[in-house]
Design a protein around this ligand. Structure first.
Ligand code: COA
Length: 322
């Protein structure tokens, strides 16, 4: 399968308020020491007055400017998110309104893997000639989805959006999407409520994100390992031939474990989890954006993007940077 696609512009939208581990330890039984040693996180950004649409529109406008395109040049907007400011309209429709675009738009929910799913969808539209330029925005307001009295989850996540424009090109060499049913759906989930239907036998209200961290940890390291094996089988690329591994920023220990397993040096695994925490679907595009802009990624570099999230879903993408 050939993916005729390249990334031509990036943008990001990050809330103003930076929250440190010490800030959280003011109201929760936790500590900077516990959070940093178990996860690698020092700070995260959290919405105070910003909406998710605000962050997403900022990211979208940044990506358009970087790509030197106008809203009229965009043929499709795909938003990867666990959920926007509304059940409907979709976040992608809110972005279209915010930037003044009139193209088709839809959201995709593949949890933290959403960006890779969006890339694959964009490649389908571009390869079929249905779209020339696709705007992808990954955006999450995790602060509204976690229970701030649950130290197992709220310390791990942050809010933010990252976007890019993709267009025809030869940079993207490989994408694989997968999912693996968790043995027990309660290991990582966020239940929706039943509303107030008088016909429902048992009415339930919406719940916060719930995670059994150790179970998810074990599942994740296995799925990352099998994704990376598949890359080698299908593309012939060995770990040594990959210049940079951009892994989902869920836990620095998962990233270090993967590096050690592949016998690759830590410099090949850029990280921004220390500053942002886990941004779900926005983690990888934000990391890619920052690594490109810092000059760490150069034309010709082979990049491996690997994301995993609730479901479990997983996705991997190989890009030779143009
Ligand atoms: N501060 C202080 N103590 C905490 C804490 C916090 N924020 N969160 C949990 N603890 C405590 C627990 O209550 C537990 O205490 P106990 O031993 O007295 O019961 C202890 O720390 C160990 O908890 P545990 O869950 O076993 O820690 P862990 O080393 O597995 O780390 C995670 C927890 C969530 C950081 C880790 O399991 C993880 O990263 N999992 C994978 C997450 C992931 O990849 N998600 C991807 C999809 S988003």
């Amino acid at each position: 399968m050939v993916f005729k696609m390249k990334i031509i512009g990036f943008g990001k939208g990050i809330p103003a308020r930076c929250v440190s581990n010490d800030d959280i330890a003011q109201f929760l039984d936790t500590s900077d020491e516990w959070i940093f040693t178990r996860t690698g996180i020092k700070t995260r950004y959290v919405c105070t007055t910003e909406t998710l649409t605000d962050l997403s529109v900022t990211a979208a406008n940044g990506a358009l400017e970087d790509a030197k395109l106008n809203p009229d040049d965009i043929d499709l907007i795909i938003c990867a998110t666990l959920g926007g400011d509304y059940g409907t309209p979709s976040l992608s429709c809110c972005i279209a309104e915010g930037i003044g675009a009139k193209c088709p738009c839809f959201d995709v929910n593949a949890a933290c893997t959403g960006f890779i799913y969006a890339l694959e969808l964009a490649s389908g539209f571009i390869s079929s000639g249905k779209a020339k330029n696709v705007l992808i925005v990954s955006a999450e307001m995790m602060s509204a989805k976690t229970d701030w009295s649950d130290r197992n989850t709220c310390v791990l996540f942050g809010d933010g959006a990252a976007g890019c424009v993709v267009t025809a090109g030869n940079a993207v060499k490989y994408i694989n999407l997968s999912s693996a049913a968790m043995p027990n759906s309660t290991v990582l989930n966020m239940p929706n409520g039943t509303g107030n239907s008088p016909f429902t036998k048992e009415q339930k209200s919406s719940g916060f994100l719930h995670m059994q961290g150790q179970e998810v940890f074990k599942f994740v390291v296995n799925i990352v390992e099998s994704e990376l094996k598949l890359v080698q089988e299908r593309t012939g690329l060995s770990p040594a031939q990959i210049d940079l591994f951009l892994l989902h920023q869920a836990n620095k220990r998962i990233i270090d474990f993967t590096g050690a397993k592949l016998k690759q040096p830590p410099e090949k695994f850029p990280c921004n989890i220390q500053r942002y925490g886990n941004l779900s679907s926005a983690s990888i595009p934000l990391l890619l954006f920052e690594t490109v802009k810092s000059g760490q990624i150069k034309p010709g570099d082979t990049l491996l993007l690997c994301a995993f999230g609730a479901g479990l879903t997983a996705g991997t993408c190989v890009i030779v940077w143009e």
